[in-house]
Write a protein that binds this ligand. Structure first.
Ligand SMILES: Cc1ncc(COP(=O)(O)O)c(C=O)c1O
Length: 394
């Protein structure tokens, strides 16, 4: 067999998948033996609420009516128009239709944006801890991810001085993710303005991942592109989390102005277009009743209260999240410098699957990420099984 492109070997494997697959193996082994028990799955970022009926109906109708053709590369006209209106209303982004591109989830939006602006050897600033795909994409393109740290001593905000000091003449892009996966933190407007000013000083592109825009608690989500004055921000949005339709795979990329022709060409080569029935489902989601989104937000918030109660009672340290549906929990008192191994052992021992923080970057060593999109019972049991600091000390 011929060799693969060397840069492909450098793409790091997902540390979340390891735990997930181990849990799946435990379940299938037990099913074979007829001894299947319950595992509290707090590891994957997957909404646990059903998709709203009107969204599924729109998809089914599209299939029934044979709306199964290629569409324009950017997406069907009514969908792009509905998104333009949503961007104006919800995000305060004034975009024309040529800036809006339907993608296969935010995943493709992120990859697409990165391929437009990065060349092999370029550097891209990524949050640490941060969503794993940012780093993986950079490696696939042959670019170098340069982590910027989000740490407790800085309130999990970027240390702007350190961030600026890490910029070199090869730096081309700053990736921002708010609300954050895995932290659940939400950057305030001033932080976003500071990041944008820094990008401007160094003439960087900005890629803003806003897939959790609808899930904030007691704070407002601000879209970076609404503050952008000189066309340097790409924004990746998604329907996956908002409407609990992760497997349908619809998102969209909002580009800076003037990239319509480039997007048409690259989109044509990459995916041609998003599946047509999925686009009709997306349209129904965006223009339809949002009470399911509201209910999901309340469900995550209620789960957060349950989780905080359990952790507070045990004296376990965590970041009180303002967005997304994750809890970032300090387990450094038991992980002995290897939270990835600890998470596997914890799964085996307690039947609770959590994501090791190290899967999201070096700064995550000693921390775990717990997904709040779960049942309250699983959260109580799963978090109740976490060793408390004082119990370890004796
Ligand atoms: C921060 C972040 N960005 C992007 C994605 C990908 O979402 P999509 O399903 O839209 O591809 C995820 C999914 O977990 C995420 O957490």
């Amino acid at each position: 067999m011929p060799s693969l492109a060397p840069r492909i070997e450098t793409v790091p494997a997902s540390g979340i998948r390891r735990v997930f697959e181990q849990a799946a193996r435990m379940q299938s082994d037990e099913a074979d033996r007829g001894t299947e028990g319950h595992i509290a799955m707090l590891v994957i970022g997957e909404p646990d609420v059903p998709v709203a009926a009107h969204i599924g109906e729109a998809a089914r109708r599209a299939w029934t009516e044979d709306r199964t053709d290629y569409t324009p590369n950017g997406g069907i006209a009514p969908l792009r128009a509905a998104i333009r209106e949503k961007l104006h209303r919800e995000n305060r982004i004034e975009a024309d239709l040529e800036q809006i591109w339907m993608t296969i989830g935010a995943t493709q939006a992120l990859f697409q944006a990165m391929t437009l602006v990065l060349s092999p050897g370029d550097e891209v600033l990524v949050p640490d801890p941060g969503y794993t795909t940012f780093t993986m994409n950079a490696h696939i393109i042959g670019a170098t991810p340069v982590p910027y740290r989000l740490e407790p001593q800085h309130g999990f905000e970027p240390d702007l001085q350190a961030l600026e000091a890490s910029i070199t003449e090869r730096t081309r892009v700053l990736v921002v993710n708010s609300p954050s996966n895995p932290l659940g933190s939400v950057f305030g407007e001033q932080t976003l303005r500071d990041l944008l000013a820094l990008a401007k000083r160094h003439d960087l592109w900005v890629i803003s991942d806003e897939v959790y825009e609808y899930f904030t608690y007691g704070t407002r989500h601000v879209s970076l592109a609404s503050l952008d004055e000189d066309d340097r921000v790409f924004t990746a949005f998604s329907l996956s989390k908002t409407y609990a339709m992760t497997g349908v795979r619809v998102g969209y990329l909002v580009t800076p102005k003037g990239l319509g022709a480039t997007m048409r060409t690259t989109q044509e080569a990459m995916i041609s277009c998003v599946a047509e029935p999925d686009q009709w489902a997306a349209l129904a989601a965006i223009v339809g009743d949002h009470s399911a989104v509201q209910e999901a937000r309340e469900h995550y918030r209620a789960n957060l209260d349950v989780a905080k109660e359990v952790l507070d009672a045990a004296g376990i340290r965590y970041l009180d999240p303002r967005g997304a549906f994750y809890l970032w929990i300090d387990m450094s008192h038991v992980t002995e410098g290897d939270v990835a191994e600890w998470a596997l052992a914890f799964l085996q021992r307690e039947r609770v699957a959590v994501a090791p923080g190290s899967a999201f970057g070096r700064t995550g060593e000693g921390w775990i990420r717990v997904c709040l999109a779960a049942t309250a019972a699983d959260l109580r049991r799963g978090l109740g099984a976490l060793p408390a600091p004082e119990r370890v000390a004796v």
